[in-house]
Design a binder for this molecule. Structure first.
Ligand SMILES: Cc1cc2nc3c(=O)[nH]c(=O)nc-3n(C[C@H](O)[C@H](O)[C@H](O)COP(=O)(O)OP(=O)(O)OC[C@H]3O[C@@H](n4cnc5c(N)ncnc54)[C@H](O)[C@@H]3O)c2cc1C
Length: 332
């Protein structure tokens, strides 16, 4: 098949690579790539967070984990680490149905009980270029305004938070995350620690030569550019030290916005309202079918703006794409 993938974050690049490996002809279109994506800001350790439905996410996450663990190339920046998740109670994590987890004391101050598991850790600064280098198709840098107008037999929407405008997917909302990249000092660089007991999530993720400390997860106004908050970094580093994690000086700070979904009832974190389709079978009809195609990529009950307002849609998409194509805020 001839397939267009919209988006060149980790989701778009992995999707494009897997499709190419299965013999499809792939074209990647993205407003921004590499360091200018949210994916470049991620920690990043394998860990389902604020995603659903839980049974499907657990199965998808297990496959992703196996795919990542099968990568046998040091240049990819993917390595296995031992993770400790300190949770507010002893309920087994919903995402752990298909992986081995054990209840142990965490190797931090106070030795609270934690869930221990092995998971792949990704360095986005290595992984994104590695993915890109494996793709035959170069990234076509441009803003997509109408998914249905893209060429190909299939269009796969991997535009992350961009789907709010591009697919009218208002269940997505920006969740601000910030990391401080610090000197590892004498920290144990084989373990990752997540502490989910407080009002804001904390995590420490080791990389080859640096330690990532995070984070926060704050709902952020759509359209507002994220900004590094130095006080937040100081709080994150202080929290690491209070847990006995040896954090050195801050090298840089980064901030970005994750695209989780609004709540759904069958999951403690999620509550369903609408279904949406992200893979859009291309209907080979003319412009009179365009509205039908548009409705395929929008949630049922979503009311697309009337045709007369198409200029408004384009303007909003372009202005938000401009905002998206700005690099995530960074200080060094
Ligand atoms: C501080 C922080 C830490 C995190 N840590 C972790 C972690 O440890 N583990 C984890 O799993 N996740 C983590 N995340 C979340 C993770 O970063 C995101 O879930 C992930 O990067 C989303 O990838 P994506 O490819 O969907 O989106 P993005 O990386 O945002 O990419 C979206 C792509 O779509 C393109 N695009 C958007 N709109 C349009 C348009 N209209 N036209 C053309 N192109 C468009 C963009 O230009 C971009 O190329 C973290 C996030 C943050 C901010």
């Amino acid at each position: 098949m001839d397939i267009t993938v919209v988006g060149a974050g980790v989701i778009g690049l992995v999707t494009a690579l897997v499709l190419e490996e299965r013999g499809h002809t792939v074209r990647i279109v993205a407003a921004a790539s590499g360091d200018r994506t949210t994916s470049a800001v991620a920690g990043a350790v394998w860990f389902p967070y604020k995603a659903g439905p839980p049974d499907k996410v657990a199965a998808w996450a297990t496959r992703t984990r196996a795919w990542l663990e099968a990568i046998d190339d040091r240049d990819a920046g993917v390595e296995r680490v031992t993770c400790y998740e300190i949770a507010p109670d002893d309920t087994k994590p919903w995402w752990a149905s298909t992986i081995e987890v054990s209840r142990v004391r965490a190797p931090v101050t106070g030795t609270p009980m934690a869930w221990r598991f092995i998971a792949p850790r990704i360095e986005p600064g290595r992984f994104l270029p590695w993915l890109q280098a494996r793709l035959h198709a170069p990234i076509e840098h441009r803003v997509v305004i109408d998914l249905a107008a893209e060429p190909g037999d299939l269009v796969v929407n991997c535009s992350g938070l961009g789907s709010r405008e591009l697919a009218g997917d208002n269940l997505l909302y920006p969740l601000l995350g910030q990391i401080a990249i610090v000197d590892p000092a004498a920290a144990d660089m084989t373990i990752s620690v997540t502490d989910d007991r407080g009002s804001e999530i904390f995590y420490a993720i080791p990389r080859r030569d640096e330690l990532v400390l995070g984070g926060c997860s704050r709902p952020w106004p759509p359209g507002a550019p994220p900004e590094v908050d130095p006080e937040l970094s100081a709080r994150i580093v202080a929290q690491a030290r209070s847990l006995g994690l040896d954090a050195g000086a801050i090298r840089s700070e980064r901030v970005g916005r994750s695209p989780p979904r609004a709540r759904r009832p069958h999951h403690p974190q999620l509550r369903p309202r609408r279904r949406r389709l992200h893979a859009v079978p291309r209907l080979r009809r003319r412009r009179r079918r365009a509205r039908l195609r548009y409705s395929l990529i929008t949630p049922p009950k979503y009311k697309p703006a009337p045709t007369a307002a198409s200029t408004r849609i384009a303007t909003s998409a372009i202005s938000s794409a401009r905002e998206r194509s700005r690099p995530p805020s960074t200080t060094a």
